[in-house]
Write a protein that binds this ligand. Sequence first.
Ligand code: NAD
Length: 501
Amino acid sequence: MSDIIGHFISGKLETAADDRSGPIYNPSTGEEFARCAYGSRATLDRAVAAATEAGRAWALASHATRMGVIFKLRELMVASIDELAEVIGREHGKTIADAKGEIGRAIEGIEFAANEPHVTKGEFSANVGGDIDVFSMRVPVGVVGCITPFNFPIMVPTVMMAMAVGTGNGVVWKPSEKVPTAALIFARLLQEAGLPDGVFNVVQGDKEIVDGILEHPGIAAVSFVGSTRVGEYVYQKGTSHNKRVASFTGGKNHMVVMPDADLEAAASAFVSAGFGSASQRCMAVSLLVPVGEATANALRELVVDKMNALKVGPYNDPQADFGAVISSESKAAVLHAIEECIGAGAELVVDGRGLKVPGHDNGFYVGPTLFDHVTMDMTFYKEEIFGPARGIIRAASLDEAIAITNAHDYGNGAVIFTRDGKSARRFMGEVEAGMIGVNVPVPLPVGYFNFGGLRRSKFGDSHLYGPDAARFYTKYKTVSQRWPDPVQAGGAMSLAFNASA
Ligand code: NAD
């Protein structure tokens, strides 16, 4: 019988009699190696009850106590990098080096959460009138539900969870059912770091648990990261149940290359940011937008050379540049997008469809694929393709390149390569994307800056990292207080021995 990856509630690993389950694959081999428990509403109810009960005391813990846990968590995660990278690589398919990069960014998220006492400080006005002082303070929202995607099994959740817990909330996390194991390691680390049992809980599952979180009267706020289709639904349903919802969704990130750019650097940036992690990153570069035919022709040649040198292989092959995509369905979707793009008339320049990885015939591999002469009416331009098929869409001018970038529904990231400050300034001023890179391939900002897309790449007015994340997990209380002078208040007062006894 396969192993079952279950829940973590009130400090204990468990499965429940009414759990359903689904397969967990090793994408590198295509084998099902374990099963993920899919919890029921009853399991969710127990987790919310635990988070509510333990969260009450946790909300009252001092900042010093909470930050003690956060500091310890950082130390424990650093010590667990190899264990986590192995689990992430096996379930996701990304290379060990890539998984370690993800864990590094997770640790950065924990470090930023240690700034919580500073970023949640309130405001104070002395004597607004009649000896009344007014102050506002940020307090935990209550119980937070976190729903996370498959593509960052530890980075996205850690960034959410470290801040949600650090700000004094109870938490219920539903990981992606495709990559559920890292959640249990994270739970163990938080417990070892000294977090009281019940504050942090994991309920594994599918849509049933997502809907349960969105409807649950005991949950005050929901953090979601995933596709636009699901993220929009989560935002609408969660807010209709009067919850605070922050939903971070899909991307289709354009990389504009000006004729004056360092083309060699731009080509390397496109290949690394376009194909890293088998293109399964919300910040992956999807479309290369060279300005001018000469730029396009020269860049295409450089890109093709670099793509031909890429090695695709299992997560534990240290020579592999990237690995398999997450599932056979995902592989089929990428192959379908390629067929459709051929049918739409784009030029297939590098064809990754027939890729075989020796010894891994059933792995979910797609080789690096490149189209040229993609146009804006093609589905290939319009939809996020979460796999290693990228395109070149040629522009005649910077104006046209900006128009192409802004015409897309998504606005997660956008990048320009140029040596001209004026072009760069125009780009950052006019492009409607939340994260902008100038001669930087993946403009994922460091953890102490706000992170989040624009347009249909984000729903709700908050950010995933940075000070805004701390604000999302806290709410304001504003207090007006007067302390009457004890001598004047209440009239006469006696200092005689034992007068008030
Ligand atoms: P997904 O939307 O399929 O799943 C995300 C979560 O929602 C999972 O926990 C899943 O179990 C749940 N879910 C799936 N279908 C559901 C449904 N019908 N109803 C309710 N819940 C459902 O996303 P994914 O494939 O796991 O992740 C990839 C997507 O996430 C990409 O679109 C990527 O761009 C996006 N992403 C965005 C960011 C960002 O910061 N903007 C970061 C990482 C990933």
